[in-house]
Write a protein that binds this ligand. Structure first.
Ligand code: ARE
Length: 608
């Protein structure tokens, strides 16, 4: 191997760099290769693919290798640079290496650090806790209410094949308020709410009115009171901003005339008419992923931009002023960059500590949408992204894959992402868009098998459950020890099961939680809160061989070593110092110690 980008001898500084950085690149081919010259070829992608060729300098020998070096000057460029090398031999032979990615971001922005330090808890508001059984009369959407909190949610497609999602359980803000002590005991530092504005469906992604808290959840006063109470307990609140589309049944589109004000469907003179793209008014229009109940908005329409983030009373600003601390941007990759930038700017102007997290399922540094490379994490757009690559690669490891692959996947993210985005990542094992992690681990499926009927109310056998739980505990250990905010989808800590919507969105099982899991998560939450190395320390890989994964967090306070063995045989772990396992209190002497099958340690130095 002649080039390894992860080898600091080859690339300095490592990873993404702020604009203006001069990056040292070195190649170290074997002398026996007989190469006499090297050339760096760099493409500045977002500068009309400008191409640069710079001859490399021969720096002498290092053992049996030649050393060629070159400086890549990023100047004032922001974007991706793709670079490769050409080695030329005396005999005219040529070898190309690459292309490799260099992310160059705008380093001017100060990104608040709080989000990535502590634990986030994701609440699907209708299903977490209710303070009373609501009366849906007069509410948008023709809702039904389950009297019995423990009932199975409905799965009912409508006449056009779309899932109705109109059955509610009535989770509300006062319910969450009652459970703030629970969240605090768990170690939660940020509560992430899936949408809370008035909307017909129980998931509320088809927004009806951005200016109004859904009446089933409570009032604006309830929301303000909840934020204030959370703040008093040291917790922050993140809202879900669904700005790529509204509901068919919204006061803007007003497809069924529920709202009194004329919407885009009632009149072409409606102020909202311009927000949408009709191919045939009013019945043919652009919608999100072809789903008719979610008409897609035209984000370049000035009146829409002004409404969402421009004006003083715009949606982004007013809810931050009401008490929210962050926005999670739904389908961030489908919003134009300048729209995301506008939201980011408005958020920071309103609150210099506000954070914007984008929903992107892939590596956000290379994501292309509508043929355009996205600027998500190049500075001034998103501060961090939902980290599906983390979830996917960790799931792969837990389900039989190799620790090396998890490491490689995460190292790619670390190398491609600016440091702020790496630290502010929203990491998780599952969300409301994925099957329950416990079910996947217990059933031994990654959820990608499309022959299976995921819509069944599936219950695991006891042995599946126990295996799933053990693996979940190991996955959670990695999650809480990793850089980025460990985010828990409500109820994962309590043993909730289920495949896809609606079964992954059941009600929280108050009073019948799995205590083993809950204790484990509570210990992890406490670790995340109390150990500075987990909050802000750097990541150093330890042993990553097959089913054994160890890594160190270091650089703030005492170091912490996470060790996980998902294999069925014991594995020898190098314990660097006299240690105590945070999870069990067990003490370990330094040296090679056997980590039993399907178990993990979170090691902290023992006080001497
Ligand atoms: C519901 C049912 C669906 C059904 C649909 C239509 O759950 O099974 O097909 O109705 O009948 C919200 C609700 C959903 C609802 C949907 C439409 O939560 O329950 O669907 O509205 O009414 C892609 C997007 C990503 C998106 C996911 C779901 O890129 O942005 O799909 N996630 C957000 C939210 C969702 C929300 C919406 C968007 C819409 O988090 O909760 O849905 O506002 C690959 C790709 C990803 C893709 C992913 C999943 O990995 O890389 O891009 O995500 O698969 O499809």
């Amino acid at each position: 191997q002649t080039f390894d980008s992860r080898d600091v001898r080859c690339k300095q500084p490592y990873g993404a760099v702020p604009a203006g950085t001069r990056v040292n690149l070195a190649l170290r081919p074997l002398r026996t290769g007989g190469f006499s010259e090297g050339l760096l070829i760099a493409y500045f992608e977002s500068r009309n693919e400008e191409r640069l060729e710079v001859p490399m300098e021969w720096k002498g020998m290092d053992g049996d290798r030649d050393v060629f070096q070159v400086v890549l000057d990023t100047g004032d460029y922001v974007g991706l640079v793709w670079y490769s090398f050409r080695l030329m031999g005396l005999d005219g032979r040529q070898e190309e290496l690459g292309p490799y990615q260099l992310t160059v971001y705008d380093g001017a922005e100060r990104v608040p650090g709080w989000f990535g330090e502590g634990m986030t808890y994701q609440i699907f508001p209708d299903r977490f806790r209710r303070s009373r059984i609501p009366d849906p009369t007069g509410m948008v959407g023709g809702r039904t209410v389950h009297q019995d909190w423990e009932e199975m949610p409905e799965y009912r497609p409508d006449a056009r094949g779309e899932v109705r999602n109109r059955d509610f359980f009535g989770g509300d803000f006062r319910g969450v308020m009652e459970k703030l002590p629970y969240l605090q005991d768990l170690g939660v530092e940020t509560i992430y709410f899936c949408p809370v504005f008035e909307a017909p469906e129980n998931h509320r992604y088809g927004t009806g009115d951005y200016e109004k808290i859904d009446p089933m959840l409570g009032t604006e006063e309830d929301f303000r009171a909840l934020c204030a109470a959370a703040h008093r307990l040291g917790m922050k609140v993140m809202l879900d901003g669904v700005f790529n589309h509204q509901g068919f049944v919204s006061r803007y589109f007003n497809g069924d005339g529920f709202y009194p004000e004329p919407g885009a469907c009632q009149s072409q003179d409606s102020p909202y008419y311009k927000w949408y793209n009709f191919s045939h008014w009013p019945d043919k229009y652009d919608s999100w992923w072809g789903i008719y109940s979610l008409p897609a908005v035209n984000e370049s329409e000035p009146s829409y931009r002004d409404y969402i983030f421009g004006g003083e009373n715009s949606i982004v600003r007013r809810w931050l002023r009401a008490g929210a601390d962050a926005w999670r941007l739904d389908v961030a990759d489908e919003l134009p960059d300048d729209f995301v930038h506008g939201i980011h700017q408005a958020a920071r102007e309103t609150d210099p500590n506000a954070v914007v997290i984008g929903e992107v399922w892939e590596d956000g540094s290379t994501k292309i949408a509508y043929g355009v490379r996205r600027k998500h994490i190049l500075g001034g757009h998103c501060d961090g992204l939902m980290n599906y690559p983390f979830r996917n690669s960790l799931l792969g490891y837990l389900m039989g894959g190799k620790a090396e692959d998890f490491r490689a996947a995460m190292e790619t993210i670390r190398e491609n992402y600016p440091p702020f985005a790496w630290r502010t990542a929203m990491n998780f094992l599952g969300t409301h868009d994925t099957p329950r992690i416990l079910t996947l681990l217990g059933c031994g499926t990654d959820g990608q098998d499309h022959d299976k009927d995921w819509r069944a109310a599936y219950h695991m056998t006891e042995s599946q459950y126990l295996l799933g739980r053990t693996k979940l505990m190991l996955g959670a250990l990695v999650l809480f020890a990793f850089p980025g905010s460990p985010t828990v989808y409500y109820g994962d800590e309590a043993g909730m099961e289920g495949f896809e919507d609606p079964f992954n969105r059941r009600t929280y099982p108050w009073g019948s939680e799995d205590q083993t899991l809950l204790d484990w998560y509570t210990a992890l939450g406490k670790a995340r809160k109390e150990l500075p190395a987990l909050r802000r320390g750097d990541l150093f890989w330890g042993q990553t061989q097959g089913r054994l994964l160890t890594f160190l967090r270091q650089g703030e306070g005492e170091p912490v070593l996470a060790a996980v063995n998902v294999g069925l045989k014991s594995a020898a772990v190098e314990v660097p110092w006299p240690a105590r396992d945070w999870m069990t209190g067990k003490e370990l002497a330094p040296g090679r110690r056997l980590l039993p099958p399907l178990s993990g340690w979170l090691l902290v130095p023992r006080q001497s």
